[in-house]
Design a protein around this ligand. Structure first.
Ligand code: FMN
Length: 213
């Protein structure tokens, strides 16, 4: 979906509901970003689980897991005549092409992890490729479940012009004994899978409302 295809809400009042029933055939591209670089990351496990859920039971929605590990630290000295290093250009292009964004965020010291903030900052450089996209956040973290990191992402998203779904929220406290993830970070709890599916359906409905597919 291209931003230019968007129509103003008042032009299509009959499509104002949350329902995706008439719109499920539209293909929504989701850019999924994980704030943890750990091999057995539970947050990357959430994204892998979301990819499977889409394949199995959410027609019209496809998730692309975007690796942020190769990105250099943000440094405007790396910008040459309005262009970015190739790895940054490739990352920015993937965000630009996506219809919406799924963040999977650990919480580091009451906030967003450094790798995630770095990725967010690169894509915010002009032109800001986050602008006007729908987004959702899920988190697996320590005792808090990542609430503070999620609300910091929402705060950052104000300036980026991201539009977050409000409900449902998904915070997962990754404390032992661990019954939600296996040792490789894969989601093994059926209830969490259902709750993750609800987040994805909400993101799908909101993206369709925003983009008028
Ligand atoms: C540097 C650092 C700071 C952390 N700070 C917090 C924190 O403030 N709150 C919290 O709930 N967990 C905190 N944690 C725990 C991580 O959020 C938790 O281990 C999470 O599962 C990591 O995600 P991952 O499994 O995707 O790597 C911290 C971990 C690290 C490495």
């Amino acid at each position: 979906m291209e931003v230019s295809k968007r129509k103003r809400r008042e032009e299509e009042p009959e499509m104002a509901s949350n329902s995706v029933s008439n719109q499920a055939q539209a293909q929504i591209k989701v850019a999924a970003i994980c704030g943890s670089l750990r091999r057995a990351s539970r947050n990357s496990g959430l994204i892998h689980c979301a990819i499977e859920i889409c394949k199995e039971s959410i027609p019209g929605m496809k998730i692309d897991f975007i690796d942020i590990e190769p990105l250099p630290f943000v440094n405007v000295d790396l910008e040459k005549n309005g262009t970015y290093p190739p790895v940054v250009e490739a990352f920015r292009q993937k965000i630009l092409e996506a219809d919406c964004v799924l963040f999977a965020s650990p919480e580091y010291n009451y906030s967003v992890s450094a790798p995630l903030k770095n990725a967010i900052d690169w894509a915010s450089r002009p032109p800001n490729v986050w602008a006007d996209k729908a987004a959702a956040i899920v988190s697996a973290a320590g005792g808090s479940g990542g609430q503070r990191s999620q609300y910091h992402i929402r705060q950052i998203g104000v300036f980026l012009d991201l539009h977050f779904i409000n409900k449902p929220e998904l915070f997962i406290a990754a404390k032992p004994p661990q019954t939600i993830f296996d040792n490789d970070g894969n989601v093994i709890d059926p209830d969490v899978k259902e709750r993750l599916k609800s987040v994805l359906l909400s993101l799908q409905a909101f993206t369709l409302r925003l983009d008028r597919k």
